[in-house]
Ligand binder design. Structure first.
Ligand code: UD1
Ligand code: UDP
Length: 386
């Protein structure tokens, strides 16, 4: 029986790998599957592991506050050496563009173990944006034997880099598998709505505020290239918007990275408008619940650009470019960058102009049909058992 090792380390990788881990568990007669988490994230990773009931076989537990890219890369690389010697997998599965994914791919390459890359082929072609993710995914793509591309465009990016077509499979994005699972759990579950309401209350947001059709702007941010000036602009723009639109609520579940929290403390520490709420990072389920309730989403996140269009929510992306142009072309996602004026103008237009809002809020989903994990399994069953 072939041995497969699935490795991930951060919140978004966990969300996107969870459906695949669950799928592999249905094939115990075909694959001997182990799960290793690097622990690049801790609390935010554990939230996802709990939700999807994943108990890792190995946990490298590498997170240390304030560690830099050298620390993450070198610790994952050396700790993976021992895991790979122990497990001796026939294939290692990694996801996307984090430093975990690239360091693991490199560790596998050093032992000549083939790598499968999930969410392959996304590109901006600018190695500093997003940084370091663009080069992470390019390196992982060079090492990988098998490439699971979410869209035709990502497949084309790989073909342009001379990746052989028969090693690329267009699968959709597994985030839609995860999203559909969560949405199914939420819909019509009144008990769950009550529990989430109580949780938001505990986080300092009175959930009853969302009655009476109150409009909600959901915000997230964490990109390294936005640290410093970018985040200061974002916080100043949020303050101005909350004052300009007192009847709208602004909720920002804050990433745990201290570089994200510092400007928030600096700018809102002396007092904040009553309609803006900074809360702890939410579990995936309440986060999607809130996204479903929201009017629009303001973010620099990758995964949220894929989820929100599926729920018909307009997304303003606080970046200058995106490796996910499909939803921009479809009209639900728009780039606003991190300039103060542009953020205010983008949000104001959506809040003030109903026609513009309606043109962006049509549900569309270029990222999959919820069956990406099945396609990945189908390919690997054929490939590894021949
Ligand atoms: C990482 C990924 C990024 C991904 C993002 C998703 C890299 C280089 N970056 O960025 O691609 O989009 O995750 O969120 O791979 N922290 C905690 N607890 C947590 C998580 C983070 O305290 O559960 C704090 C720690 O101080 C940690 C810091 O955040 O050192 C930064 O974490 P790190 O994984 O290096 O970077 P992210 O900004 O989270
Ligand atoms: N998310 C979450 N709780 C939050 C904020 C985000 O569960 O408080 C989810 C979100 O739905 C998406 C993923 O986390 O699936 C995105 O993670 P992040 O923005 O940290 O990383 P990126 O996608 O940019 O790599």
């Amino acid at each position: 029986m072939k041995k497969v090792l699935i490795v991930f380390g951060t919140r978004p990788e966990a969300i996107k790998m969870a459906p695949l881990v669950n799928k592999f568990q249905q094939y115990v007669d075909t694959f001997e599957t182990s799960v290793c988490v690097t622990g690049q994230h801790r609390e935010m990773l554990d939230q996802v592991l709990r939700l999807f009931e994943i108990i890792p076989d190995f946990d490298l537990d590498i997170m240390k506050e304030g560690q830099d890219l050298y620390d993450v890369t070198s610790t994952v690389l050396t700790k993976m050496r021992d895991i790979l010697h122990t497990v001796k997998p026939d294939l290692v599965l990694v996801h996307g563009d984090t430093t975990t994914s690239t360091a693991v791919a490199l560790a596998a390459f050093y032992q000549k173990i083939p790598v499968a890359h999930i969410e392959a082929g996304l590109r901006t072609h600018n190695i500093y944006s997003p940084w370091p993710e663009e080069i992470n995914r390019q390196i992982t793509g060079r090492i990988a034997a098998y490439h699971f591309a979410p869209t035709q465009l990502s497949r084309q990016n790989l073909l342009d880099e001379n990746v052989p077509d028969n090693n690329i499979v267009v699968t959709g994005n597994t985030v839609i598998d995860a999203l559909q699972w969560v949405v199914e759990k939420i819909e019509g579950n009144n008990q769950l709505s009550t529990e989430i309401g109580e949780m938001l209350n505990n986080f300092g947001y009175d959930y009853l505020r969302l009655n009476n059709d109150k409009r909600l702007v959901l915000i997230t941010g964490h990109r390294r290239e936005n640290f410093g000036e970018g985040f200061i602009n974002i916080c100043k723009a949020l303050k101005a918007l909350a004052n300009l639109y007192p009847s709208v609520d602004f909720i920002y579940p804050m990433h745990l990275n201290p570089n994200v929290r510092k400007p928030i403390n600096d700018i809102f520490g002396d007092g904040k408008p009553d309609n803006i709420f900074f809360i702890e990072p939410l579990d995936y389920l309440p986060f999607i619940f809130l996204m479903k309730k929201s009017y629009l989403v303001l973010t620099d996140s990758g995964g949220i650009q894929e989820e929100a269009p599926g729920l018909g929510k307009p997304v303003l992306v606080m970046r200058d470019n995106t490796e996910r142009p499909e939803a921009v072309e479809a009209g639900t996602v728009q780039l606003v960058g991190t300039e103060y004026d542009k953020i205010i103008a983008g949000v104001s237009l959506l809040l003030d102009d109903e026609n513009h809002y309606n043109s962006m809020s049509k549900a569309n989903n270029p990222y999959g049909d919820g069956e990406s994990s099945d396609r990945i399994l189908e390919f690997l069953i054929k490939k590894l058992n021949n």
